[in-house]
Design a protein around this ligand. Sequence first.
Ligand SMILES: NC(=O)c1ccc[n+]([C@@H]2O[C@H](COP(=O)([O-])OP(=O)(O)OC[C@H]3O[C@@H](n4cnc5c(N)ncnc54)[C@H](O)[C@@H]3O)[C@@H](O)[C@H]2O)c1
Length: 392
Amino acid sequence: MNRPDHTAPLPLLLVGVHGHGRSHLRALLPLAKAGTIRLVGVCDRRPPVPGDDLEGHGEVPYFDDLATALKRTRARLTVLVTPIHTHLPLATVALEHGSHLLLEKPTTPSLAQLTLLEDAVQASGLACQIGFQSLGSEAIDEVHRLVGEGALGTLRGIGAAGAWKRTSAYYDRAPWAGRRRMDGHEVVDGALTNPFAHAVATSLALARAESGAPSSLELEMYHAHPIESDDTSSLRLRTEEGTTLTVAVTLCAPDSRPPAITLHGDRADLTLEYTLDRLTLHQPGQEPRTTTHGRVNLMENLVAHVREGVPLLVPPERTRGFTHVLDAVRTAPDPRPVTAEHQEVYRQEGVTHRSISGIEPLVHESARSLALFSELGAPWARPAPTNTEVPQ
Ligand SMILES: NC(=O)c1ccc[n+]([C@@H]2O[C@H](COP(=O)([O-])OP(=O)(O)OC[C@H]3O[C@@H](n4cnc5c(N)ncnc54)[C@H](O)[C@@H]3O)[C@@H](O)[C@H]2O)c1
């Protein structure tokens, strides 16, 4: 007897196979083994190398064109893991062919494109999940619970700090890496909008401000690498409800450490390390209390939504607050260079590592004091040129 449709594996197409698409293939393998999905094809401008077993899925048809791939495979789910400026055009093709989507973050390279995507999703009646995996964390609900029951007292603000080491290899891997725009397209591949996009989006979610516009926004952007976009940035915004939120990040740290978002209350502080789903409550006079939380897998949630109508965790509209930040980055003046005297530069086997002197304590001080780099006296920093009231 044939199995009813709703239990048959959903045919899935992966688009973008050579970069972060590999992590998607690995994450999809248990779902394929459980019979939840079935990889029916891969699409990329460059074919997989001969003998590539696609992280254990085995050989599947390869296509260099998305419309053809969708017609031939009849995929019901498409995972888009391609450069930022291709998100809207490729997502539109997938929706036109009747395929639900998991679209990587950042959703789109402008607010205007986000609106176009939302409209296309709504018109199609299909589902679109945005790949902000940190928004699947159950730690976010726990933060809301603790804040709701008054464990932190009155909230003074939320400060995020991120310090990672990304060498020149990170920028050499793809032509769009570190670009603000390219070939007439908006790209907006900066520290706040791409590698630390989760820091921004998760901070907004903690402030319950992920779907609206901030009421004001200040932005300082710098780069130590010889790139067009920012690798070191500091942001302060006020949410619609009046919460102050800062995000200070760098890709020019001596080493990489888990980013941390701290909610500062007058009775206690609460820190979320969003890559680890780990929460630490700091109460005066008491030992810090750390708990680790579960995380809902965004693909499993998408499948449950498609099959059983379970609410979708990260629809495009949940990324509107983030996209307001992205739009501010997109329209801001070019980042200022951090000059050589403020950098330690290491070269090894064709790769250059740039570390900005004192950057790690600086991002943490920003998250503690809710101050911008220039206000903390960083010798290379200048007051934000883009202190803007955001039009509502
Ligand atoms: N959620 C996360 O934690 C996370 C992590 C890394 C990257 N990402 C996102 O994933 C996306 C891809 O990033 P990446 O670093 O893998 O990029 P990449 O440039 O390294 O890889 C992109 C792949 O897409 C292919 N491609 C480019 N244009 C295409 C087109 N028109 N049609 C089909 N294939 C095309 C390229 O050949 C390449 O194989 C970006 O949106 C990025 O922000 C998300």
